[in-house]
Design a binder for this molecule. Structure first.
Ligand code: HEC
Length: 472
């Protein structure tokens, strides 16, 4: 345990000299070096690497958060962490020095170089140069755009009449069957990565964040465009996600390799669990809401338990990045750079037991061939995939001028839309799979009727500066 605060000053004065002799002496403080330090570039990476696992919003051990300067000044259960200008009298420094430093708990001590950075930063006044400081919105939504931003995510309301397009930091709502002006909803994300309607179309989630700063999710009422709630999550961008079938929460993949389950109730805590060794690019719920399928930059497709957050099975260690995942009752599906959709038969993969075709009964599932069902190959890298609300159809799009729609039960192609403005970054289906929306890198959105593939709408959602409007 940490010595009581009252003992601190004394302890430091009396003991520090002998402590420093007992271990490698810490180099003297150098005010010139101190002035050059940045919280954002020098200090925050150390705290993130060694401390945030136990001292951030998700898990404030000892009542202490180390994820913002304000939180550090406030301190934990035992009070403030430091007084700017006085590093060696601070609880922060005391906890990380000495022959057996108390923090990081049960982990190797910080290197002298890192300790010096923390000491110097406090010496120089503990200045906060992080852009999220105090977190007023720094997001600027332009009145008009010079060129259309890529549509990074698209969603259709269950009835297919309302289209939501993620355009940089704003969501644009477009009535598919009317010529009414698009409605623009600003968010707190530097770059949006995911938009989705809940199952009855009464709520729209828009998520993303700002790289290496924060993840963010906002919930809108699509009827009137008001913000129902919103919050920042973690310290990095959120990627794609999925509403839980009961609509009470939404799960996202994170740039931190964790899945974040965000309750709609803004006062309920976010649950985060580490599952992947790299960015999780997409997460999807199983229809019964008990499991999550995830995939990402570590090329793995994983199935985990919603209740415990534990990994149930790593169903694939593909050779290529996984950019999209989905699930119906029978299959988890993943797709990505490998130019194919792969179905994983859930029951077999998770029981660990397969029934062989030869009728000899059950045998352990030792390799993926026993539960993998491939769809046909795709013409290029898959960038997005969308299930219909009834989970009968899947639409696939990517780095090629075609969107393909498959029936999940038999993996047969049921529709093809050609000559789309590739690459397509985002694709969406409505509840019964009668409408498909896509968003392109070039900033267009289109809506088609299925299965015929009739074009219903093709627009750039955002207003463009006059010169470019005529150029288009
Ligand atoms: C593995 C988890 C873990 C890690 C990593 C960790 N801590 Fe802690 N820390 C704790 C726990 C638990 C407590 C509560 C007191 C205790 O049990 O020792 C705590 C308490 C503290 C306190 C006292 C808070 C108070 O006001 O009582 C400080 C200061 C502190 N930690 C600093 C750090 C720093 C700095 C780092 C990174 C270099 C760090 N911790 C990393 C688990 C951790």
């Amino acid at each position: 345990m940490r010595p009581s605060t009252s003992c601190f000053v004394l302890c430091v004065l009396v003991v520090s000299a002998s402590l420093v002799v007992a271990q490698d002496p810490l180099p003297a403080l150098d005010p010139a070096a101190a002035d050059k330090l940045s919280f954002r570039n020098d200090v925050q990476p150390i705290l993130k690497r060694h401390c945030w696992g136990c001292h951030s919003a998700a898990k404030p051990e000892g009542g202490l958060r180390l994820d913002s300067v304000a939180a550090m000044l406030k301190g934990g259960d035992s009070g403030p962490l430091f007084e700017p200008g006085k590093p060696d009298e601070s609880a922060l420094v005391q906890m990380i020095i000495g022959p057996e430093p108390e923090m990081p708990k049960k982990q190797p001590p910080l290197s002298v170089a890192k300790i010096q950075i923390l000491r110097h930063w406090i010496l120089a006044g503990a200045k906060d140069d992080s852009p999220a400081a105090g977190s007023p919105s720094t997001i600027q939504i332009p009145e008009t755009y010079l060129s259309p931003p890529a549509v990074t995510s698209a969603a259709l309301s269950p009835d297919g009449k309302l289209l939501a397009a993620a355009c940089r930091s704003e969501v644009v709502l477009i009535d598919v069957d009317a010529e009414s002006a698009p409605r623009r909803l600003p968010t707190e994300s530097g770059l949006l990565t995911h938009v989705e309607f809940n199952a009855d179309g009464t709520l729209l989630a828009a998520a993303g964040g700002s790289p290496a700063q924060y993840g963010d999710v906002r919930f809108f009422n699509p009827a009137d465009g008001t913000v129902v709630s919103g919050r920042r999550i973690g310290h990095d961008t959120l990627f794609r996600g999925n509403f839980a079938p009961d609509g009470k929460s939404i799960a996202f993949g994170g740039a931190d390799g964790a899945i974040h389950i965000v309750p709609l109730d803004a006062n309920a805590p976010v649950r985060s669990f580490d599952l992947h060794s790299d960015w999780i690019l997409d997460v999807a719920y199983s229809p019964d809401g008990t499991m999550l399928i995830s995939g990402g930059r570590d090329k793995a497709t994983k199935i985990s338990s919603v209740e415990t957050g534990e990994l149930l099975r790593s169903v694939d260690g593909s050779t290529e990045l996984v950019s999209a995942v989905a699930a119906d009752e029978q299959f988890a599906v993943s797709a990505g750079r490998a130019r194919t959709l792969i179905g994983y038969e859930l029951k077999t993969a998770l029981s660990g037991v397969g029934v062989t075709g030869s009728g000899n009964g059950a045998q352990p599932v030792t390799n993926r061939d026993q539960y993998v069902k491939n769809f046909e190959g795709q013409p290029g890298e898959v960038l997005d995939m969308a299930f219909s609300g009834d989970r009968k159809l899947v639409a696939v799009a990517g780095d090629f001028a075609e969107v393909r729609v498959y029936q999940i039960a038999d993996r047969q192609r049921v529709a093809t839309i050609s000559n789309v403005p590739a690459p397509i970054y985002s694709v969406a289906l409505n509840a019964d799979g009668t409408r498909l929306a896509l968003g392109s890198k070039s900033g267009q959105v289109q809506v088609y009727r299925l299965p015929e593939g009739t074009l219903l709408k093709s627009v750039v959602p955002v207003p463009l500066a006059p010169a470019n409007q005529t150029a288009l």
